[in-house]
Each structure stands twice: as C-alpha cells, then as structure tokens.
Design a protein around this ligand. Sequence first.
Ligand code: TYM
Length: 336
Amino acid sequence: MTPDGKKIVFSGVQPTGNITLGNYLGAIRNWGAMQDEYQCIFSVVDLHSITVAQQPAELRKHTMELLALYLACGIDPEKSIVFLQSHVHAHAELAWVLDTIAYIGELNRMTQFKDKSRKHQDNINMGLMNYPVLMASDILLYQTDVVPVGKDQKQHLELARTLAERFNNRYSPTFVVPEPYIAKQGAKIMSLQNPSAKMSKSDENENASIFLTDDVATVARKFKRAVTDSDTQVRYSLSEKPAVSNLLTIYSLCTGKTIAQCEKEFDGLGYGVFKEKLAQAVSDLLKPIQEKQALLLKDKAYLEKVLKEGAEKANYLANKTLQKVYKKVGFVPPIR
Ligand code: TYM
C-alpha cells in the first residue's frame, strides 16, 4: 500500500523474442486499466531472459522494443513506474537472500522449469532453476499487493507467497504476501496449431503464434492455417471444440463482444468467414499499437528519459525493502 492508500501492482514480461497476442491478452492489456486505481510498477525483466541463451545485440533491441510496446499499449510513465530490471540491483540481491530460504525440492517441482529443461537440454543452468526465486524477489521488493499475470505464472506466484510467508515467520513481518490477478478470459491463449499447448514466444512453429508485430497479411495467413475442430460450427466448448473455443476467446477479447454474441454472429456461416473476421479484428487491434510503437522507437531521448526516471523511482522503493531485509537477517549496515 502506498502512503495515499493505493494498492501496489507489479508485473513484467521477458524481452525474449517476439511478444505474442497471448502476452498481450493475458497480461499487458489488463495493466493499462489498473493504472488509476493502483500504484503500478511494470518492468521489462531482462535479468530473467538470460536463463535461455540470448544474442546480446538482439537482447538490447528486444528490450527497447518491449519498453516501447508497454508505452504503446497505454502504460503511462506519468502514472506508473516503468523500468528495466537490470537497472535495479536490489532484484539480484534480494533473490540471493530468498535463495537461502527456498528449497531445491520446491524449485524442482516448477512446471516451467521442467518444460524449459526439456526444451534446452544442453543448457539446464542454475538460473533456469532459480528463476522463480528472482521472480519472487521482483514482486516482494515493492511490497506488491496484486500481480496481474497469465495462468502459466500461477505456480511461480504461489512460490512468491510461500517465500514471503516463510521469511516473515522466520524473521518478523517484512513482506506483503501478494495476490495473483488472473483474468477470467484470456489468461491462457492457446497455440493456433495445437489447442492443448499455450501460445508461446518460443514456439518453433511461427504459425502457432500471432506476434504483436505481425502485419495484416501475416495475421490473415496464420488464422487461415489455424487448426479447427471436426464439424463446421463456430461454437464454444472447451471439451469438444478446444481450437474454435480459443479462436472465439480471441475474437471476443478483440471486439468486446460476449462469447454468446460471437457465436450468434457466425451462426451457420462456417469457419472461413469466421477466420476472416477474426483476422480483421486482430489486425484492427494491433495496427494502432504497432504505429505508436514505431513512433516511440524513433524517439530515443524520450525512451531514455522514461528509463532514467523509472529506475530512480524503482531503486528508491526497492532499496527501502532490501535494507529492511539486510537488517533482519543480521548484516552490519555499511559505515557512512
Ligand atoms: P512471460 O514473459 O513468459 O509472459 C509475460 C506475461 O504473459 C502471460 N502469458 C500469457 N497469457 C495468456 N496466454 C498465453 N498464451 C500467455 N503466454 C504468456 C504470462 O503469464 C505473463 O503474465 N516470469 C514471467 C515474467 C516475470 C514476472 C515477474 C511476472 C518476471 N518477474 C514478476 C510478474 C511478476 C514470464 O516469464 O512471463
């Protein structure tokens, strides 16, 4: 809670590769709407991204693109704190302290660690395993009340809660125990090629994901190739028609219509018409974001100003918590 009684929100996206429609609908889209009611803190979590090998120049480029994307999606740096994770050293420092109260067994059980270990068998590094502790550090440093994320981050958030409670019990109340905010609709957008897998930045099949940078023709082509279910009805049923249900969810979120209204709109029309309308709706949503992002990327001075001010604000808050933590664990404060 801030001194003026606002709850604190923290969230972040990794600057790895192309940001997907899943990242947008499951997370970023919800952030903008929270900015008036909450004190929001949004980070481009670059420290996280190196748990999978990155090309340094690409990482720098993706980081600035993601920052511009946040702003293009309506994150207002006058209202919210926007910063790069690597600009606030306290994230790595608190992660170290939390490491000493996190159990190997707990981290071993994390679904994302298991998935990523399977995908990157030649690089199962300690950071990959440690990742959820760094994520807990991100959240707990800011005394966060609410964390808006997609469904895939729920398990990591539970660990953040566990670590907060464990630290509070072992030392004394220090951290707010954060609550997840997982939207009812859109929290798990599925792959366009396989409705039992989530849409993911790292999917090798590029037809599986809509990227926020996709142009009109690419969006149309990807939806045209999207898998559908056996009959020809545009109907929502997760058990019988998982692929079409996923497409209906996307259409509903992009147009603001309810699922029932969407079903009615395409009653008797079949998949062809539906997919064309869907592609149009998604492109209509993406176009203004892409235009704003491109303009912002040309204004390096403005982006750097946002980063400088964001880092100052984030450092102030993060250091306050870190100092408290260092005191509680028994470190002698620096002599000034
Ligand atoms: P990341 O970068 O994988 O994803 C960013 C956000 O997008 C959500 N998301 C989805 N939502 C719906 N459908 C999908 N298919 C989909 N794919 C991804 C994710 O749930 C996430 O909210 N560990 C985090 C980043 C992070 C973080 C944090 C988040 C680091 N520290 C602290 C919140 C608080 C991650 O890898 O997200």
